[in-house]
Design a protein. Sequence first.
Lengths: 386, 458
Amino acid sequence: MDKISQLLKLLEKTDYLEINEFRMDFDELELQLAPAMQRIMQQAVQQQAVVKQASEIESLEFTPPVQDYPGEVAEVQLGAGSRKPVFLGGQKALYRFEDPQPNPPVVTFDVFDIPMPGLPRPIREHFSDVMDHPGDWAKKAVKEFGANMVTIHLIGTGPKVMDKTPREAAQDIEEVLQAVDVPLVVGGSGDPQKDPVILEAAAAAAEGERCLLASANLDLDYRMVAKAAVDYNHAVLSWAITDVNMQKTLNKYLMKEGLTPNDIVMDPTTCALGYGIEFSIDVITRTRLAALKGDQDLQMPMSSGTTNAWGSREAWMKNDDWGPTDYRGPIWEIVTGLTMMLCGVDIFMMLHPLSVQLLSEIGSTFTKEYLSTDVPDISNWITELE
Amino acid sequence: MQLTAMDIYKLLPKTNCEDCGEASCMAFATKLSEKETQLDLCTELESEAFTELEAMLAPAVREITIGTGDKTVTIGGDEVLYRYELTYYNPTALVIDIADNLSSDEFQERVKTIQGTEFERIGEILKLDAIALRNASGDPAKFAEAATKLKDTRFPLVLCSFDPEAMRAALEKVGDEKPLIYAVNESNLEEMAALALEYHCPLTIFSPNDLEKMKNISRALRSKGIEDIVLDPGTFVEAGVGDSLDDFVMIRRLAVEERDEDFRFPILGIPALTWLYEKDEVQGGIREATIAATLMNKYADVLIFHGTSIWELIPVLTLRQGIYTDPRKPQAVDAGLYEFGDVDQDSPVLMTTNFALTFYTVEGDIKGKANTYLLVLDTEGRAVDVSLAGGQLNAEAVADLIKETGVEEKVKTRTLIIPGLAAPVSGEIEDESGWEVLVGPRDSSAVPGFLSDLKEKS
Ligand code: SF4
C-alpha cells in the first residue's frame, strides 16, 4: 500500500484528526492530494465538530403529560343475585398513563331467541348446534369462548318475526338465566310499540339479577323501560343516534324517572367500519371528554353494538378480489369494536369468538400501569423478521 | 390552540394591496388560518413578521415529505388531538416491508404485489404509499443493491438498518430520492445524523418505550440542524400494546397541547412486528391488521406492514379513509333525481338517501350496470337506517320528493323501489304518495340483479 492509500485508510477510521501534524508530515504531498482526500479531510473535520456537539448534550428529563379531570365516569354494576357481577366504567382519566381504568372493557356475546338463519356463516359455524335453544347457545358462549356476559336478543317477539308473547319472552329469559351465571343484556326486537312491554316482562322474570335492559330511546315509551329497571333492580341502555345532545336529553329524562348514573349505560350508536365509523368516533370521543370535564348528564359508561360490523358488505359479501369472508368478517368486527374501545367504550356486543378474543386482549391492558408489563426486546427486528 | 384569523391579521402589513390575490389583508388572514393559501404570497411582509408568522402557522406536528418528484408521500401536519375539532391532515402512510436477502424472483414478485394492491371504495382508489427496504442480510452491499432495484418502482422508500455503513451504501444509490432513514438510536447517533445531513433525508428515531431517551436524541438531532424527524417509540404487539398506545398518545399530546419542540414530529408504528411471534398466515394477518388499526386510531402517521394479503389490508385502508375524511366537508350530496345509463319512460325508479357514503355506494353499484332513475332524499346526510330511526326518512318526505323532482312526467311507472332497510315505512309511502312500493335489497350491490329479475318478470 502506498503512503497515500494508507493515509486514506487511516483517515476513514479516525474520529479525531490532528490536522496540523498531518500538514507537517505530508506537506510536500499537498498539491498532489486527490479531491477524494480533501473530501475525507472535510468529513473528518465535520465529524470532529459533531462529536464536540454531542458531548454538550444535556440529559433532559421527561414528564408524562398527565392532565387533571374534574369529572369521572360512573361505575355501573351488571349482574347480582345469582350472577357473578361485572363492573363497567369508573374512569377518572382518559388514558392509562394518567390513571389506569378500574375496570377492563367487557364483551357480551350475542345470543338470539330464535335460530337466526341470517347470521353470517363464520358465526353459524361456531353455534349451529345450539341455535335452537338460547340457553345452550349462551352456555356455549360462556364455556367455550369465555364470554364475560351474554346478550339475549328477543328478536322472536317482533310482530313480523314470530310475535312471541311477553310470557314466552320471560320463559326465554329464565332459560338463559338457568344456563349461565354471567350477567345478561336483554334486547328487544326493535319494535317501538312492543319492546317496552317485552322488556318489562323480562325485567320481572329476572328480578334482582341486574340485567341491562336494551334499550330506552326517544322513539318508544322509555318511561316504562325505566320503571321496569327501577322496580326490578336492573340497569338501562340509553340509546341515541350519533347525537350528543339527544343523548344528554334522554339521559336527563331517564334520571327523572328515578335512575341514577350508576344505573345507565349509553349507546351513542356504532356505525360500522366504512359506514360512517368516523361519526361514531367523534360522538363517542366528545361524550367521554364531556364526562371527564364534569358534564353530569354524560358521565355513564358506554356501549357499542359492534355486531353492526357484520352488515358491511366487506364482512360478508363473496368477492374473490377481497379474499375469504372467513377472515374479513372477524377483522371487520374487531376493527369496528377496537376503534370504539379506543374512544372510550366500555362494553361491546359482539358475535365472533376470535373478534372477542382479540378485543379483550387489547382491552385488558387498559387497567395496567404504564411500563408495568414485560415487553420483548424488539431492537433487532430488522434482521429477525422473516 | 387554534390560531385565529385575527392573530394572523395583526402581523400582516394591513395595506390591502391585493398582491396576494385576496381582496384584503383580513381575507388573506382568514385563508391562512384555514390553510388555504401560502404565506409567501404576501409581497409586503417584513422578514421579521414573516418569521414570526411562519412559526405561528407551522402545524403542531411537522409536515414531512418522503421521496421526490412524483414518488412522494407526505406525513404529519396535524393540529389537533381529535378529528372533530378540525380535521386530521395527511392520511397515515401505509408501507410494506421487503427484505434485501430475498431471491431475485421473490423480490420482484413482492414488489409486484405491493404495486398491484388497491381497493376501490366509494369512488376512491385506496392504495399503499411506500416500500420499506429491510437490511435483513446485515450486508451493506446487498442492501445497496436491493435499494438500486427499488429505484424503478413508483414508491418512495424507507431504508431500514441500524448499521451506518449499510445506510451509507444504500444512500449512495438512492439518497437523491429522499428516502426516510430508519433509524437512529443511541449507538449510531453521530453517523446516522451525519448521513441525514449529507443526503438531506428525513430521519427516524428508534427509542422503544423510552420517551426520555427519545427526547434526548430528538434534541441532539435538532441541535445539529436536522429538521425532518420521525418518531418510533416502539410497537409492542402483545401485552405491551398498552405501552405503545401510551407512548403514541403522550407524544402527540406533547406536540399539540404543549408544543414540545422535541416531539412535534410524525409517529411511526410497525405492525409488521406481529410476525415475530405469530407464524400462522391467517392469525398473523388478523393480528397485524388489529395492531395497525389500534395505532392508526391513536396518531400513527406511518405504519410498516409485513403481510400483503388483501383481506387484511382492506379494513386498514377503509379505516384510514374514514378517519381522514374532513368532518368540515358536508357529508351529504344534493337531493333530487339522478339518471344512470340510458333512461327512458320505461325505466325503473329507485330511492336512497343523500348521505354521501350511502349515495356513492349505491352509485358504485349501479353505474354501468343498470339503466335507472335514482331519487335521492334529503335526510340531512343520514344513512337509510339512521334516518329511518331519526325520522328524516318518512312517507311525507318521499311523497314530496316525487312531486318536486317531476319524475312522474318522465316515467310511466308508478312503482318506487326503496332500500330494504326502509321496509318498515313502505306502506306509509304508498298511502302518502299514491305510488306502489317495492322493497328492494338491503345491500345495493344486489340492485342490478334485482332490476334484471324485475325486467324478466314483466
Ligand atoms: S399581499 Fe399582503 S399586504 Fe397585500 S393584501 Fe395581501 S396580505 Fe395584505
